[in-house]
Design a protein around this ligand. Structure first.
Ligand SMILES: NC(=O)c1ccc[n+]([C@@H]2O[C@H](COP(=O)([O-])OP(=O)(O)OC[C@H]3O[C@@H](n4cnc5c(N)ncnc54)[C@H](O)[C@@H]3O)[C@@H](O)[C@H]2O)c1
Length: 379
């Protein structure tokens, strides 16, 4: 019997549905058998279905560790705005609910109080590993925990990425270069790091995490991305973390003296957080051959004294500059060479320091005016 074109089209559609249905039942049965819960199975089915149907839905389920922190909260916001589901895992050591408050009502956002030094079993398509206190006052508060967070946290997240066979990005740092004796710093430079000083828990912890990432790549062919972040600033920085930008702004807004450690001739380059997050997302979405390490930061260099003067001018506070002793192992110069980021990620910073400072100052102005106490600011 000859079928009409319309009839054969209907028959083919039925057949395709049967195959997909049968495939799904088998998949549910298989994935259900290894003890995963129903949610995890459902996620795998959804992944598989999106594969079968040709990836009509490009949104992903993304884990951000340290997602309630300064950079992490901006990253969560950016990923949600692109239509993804975001799972934020944070132990709130330096992060705060305040940072992610606007995200909590978003049905695509999920918050998990979790310490990355313990294993985590979830189903996701990508992992951004940011969990780690980043400012010296915080990472030196409990240095043993800092090293554990960097090293054991990396191991746990790499283990998760290995089980799921998904890409994982490590938020590494320019601190892996220590007090550099080449300038600007290129990724091939191995660094000048004190292994036994007060900053070592952070610097060496992050270096060891990079080693683990590369060993997982060599040993397990994991899809890794290592990004070396240089000094980043912007709204949602912790007001009491002792980092130079937040320090200067808070002191200026309170009409206090601006404290400069050393003579202020040491240089830093400052990257606005939106630029940084853009580089991070670009790196994550490169193909598997791009693994880094890649420097991301703003190469425009300023002395600390210039920064202090600019903040005083923008806040219009009339604050004076006070000098204090330089902390041990404080790097004298920091400037990223971003040739690789420009070439491979097609990335460059777009927000100038003056503009970024204006936005950051208005965030702190509002924060300090609405919070009656420092403890309230930190919630
Ligand atoms: N901000 C910068 O200039 C800068 C520079 C270089 C690298 N980095 C890296 O970027 C990442 C984010 O930095 P940030 O500036 O947003 O710092 P942050 O302190 O604001 O954020 C870190 C987040 O990690 C969380 N955290 C800490 N220990 C944890 C643990 N054991 N388990 C789960 N969560 C934990 C904190 O609560 C916080 O929310 C860090 O890994 C940091 O090393 C930042």
């Amino acid at each position: 019997m000859q079928l009409s074109q319309q009839e054969s089209c209907v028959t083919m559609t039925y057949a395709a549905c049967w195959r997909v249905g049968l495939g799904l039942c088998t998949l549910v049965w298989f994935t259900g058998c290894d003890g995963h819960n129903v949610n995890q199975t459902a996620h795998r089915v959804a992944q598989c279905l999106s594969g079968i149907l040709g990836n009509f839905d490009m949104s992903k389920r993304i884990l951000v560790t340290g997602g309630a922190g300064f950079i992490g909260s901006h990253l969560c916001q950016r990923l949600l705005s692109e239509g993804n589901e975001v799972l934020c895992a944070d132990n709130f050591f330096t992060g705060s609910r305040r940072n992610i408050l606007p995200l909590l009502s978003d049905p695509n956002f999920e918050l998990l109080r979790h310490d990355v030094t313990f294993p985590l079993s979830v189903e996701v398509d990508q992992i951004y590993n940011l969990a780690c206190p980043a400012s010296p006052v915080h990472y030196q508060f409990d240095p043993v925990q800092t090293t554990k967070t960097s090293v054991i946290g990396a191991l746990n997240m790499l283990g998760l990425a290995k089980r799921l066979r998904v890409p994982i990005l490590q938020a590494s740092t320019s601190e892996v270069y220590g007090d550099p004796n080449t300038h600007p710093q290129v990724e091939g430079y191995w660094g000048n790091v004190n292994p036994i000083g007060p900053r070592s828990c952070y610097d060496e912890g992050k270096r060891c995490a990079e080693t683990l990432f590369f060993d997982y790549r060599r040993q397990h062919q994991l899809h890794i991305k290592v990004m070396r972040i240089f000094n980043t600033y912007g709204p949602k920085m912790h007001p009491n973390d002792g980092r130079v930008v937040s320090n200067f702004i808070v002191q200026a807004l309170r009409k206090q003296n601006i404290t400069i450690y050393g003579d202020g001739s040491q240089t830093r380059s400052f990257c606005y957080v939106d630029d940084l997050v853009d580089g991070m997302v670009r790196l994550m979405n490169t193909d598997a051959s791009v693994i880094g390490p890649i420097n991301v930061g703003n190469p425009n260099e300023f002395t600390i004294r210039q920064l202090a003067e600019l903040v005083v001018e923008l806040v219009n506070s009339g604050s004076r500059v006070a000098f204090a002793e330089l902390p041990i192992d404080d790097p004298k110069q920091r400037q990223p060479d971003i040739t690789i980021a420009r070439d491979v990620l097609r990335w460059k910073p777009t927000v100038e320091l003056r503009e970024g400072l204006v936005r950051t100052i208005s965030f702190f102005e509002e924060l300090l005016s609405t919070a009656s106490s420092v403890s309230e600011v930190l919630q």
